[in-house]
Design a protein around this ligand. Sequence first.
Ligand SMILES: [Zn+2]
Length: 164
Amino acid sequence: MNQFLSRRTFILIPTMSILKIIFKPMQVLASSLASKDEWNLSKDEWKSRLSPESYYILREEGTERAFSSQLNNEKRKGVFQCAGCNLPLFLSDKKYDSGTGWPSFWDPIQGSVETKVDFKLIVPRTEYHCSRCGGHQGHVFNDGPPPSGKRYCNNGLALKFVPD
Ligand SMILES: [Zn+2]
């Protein structure tokens, strides 16, 4: 019995520490820091600027329901801006229909987004956010169309469309 217990403990301890390492990033999920000090707003300041739905996406890295955004079907020419700080993130000529139910783009405006790896679904994914205010936008995948081969899968609630 004792031997059994100690063997179990022997297996359990390394397993626990591996799990700890894997799950650690889940605790640092809070949205990314702004690059500009004037956009390092407090929670309350963000809450007063944003709708509760947009706050959940932009500041808590939430995800809206697929096919819930009108921007999914937006086909006019224009600019998609960050709903948090109005920084232009995507041009309409880089938008395409990915069939996923989220506005999708194959290339952002250069320098407008930054990425980090998140583990929300355990499997690592590449999160991207507005490079100015740090607001979460979506995730980028490697199954997009040429020439980039990237799919920037964006929450419509994190964007503001400004037609030309
Ligand atoms: Zn922003």
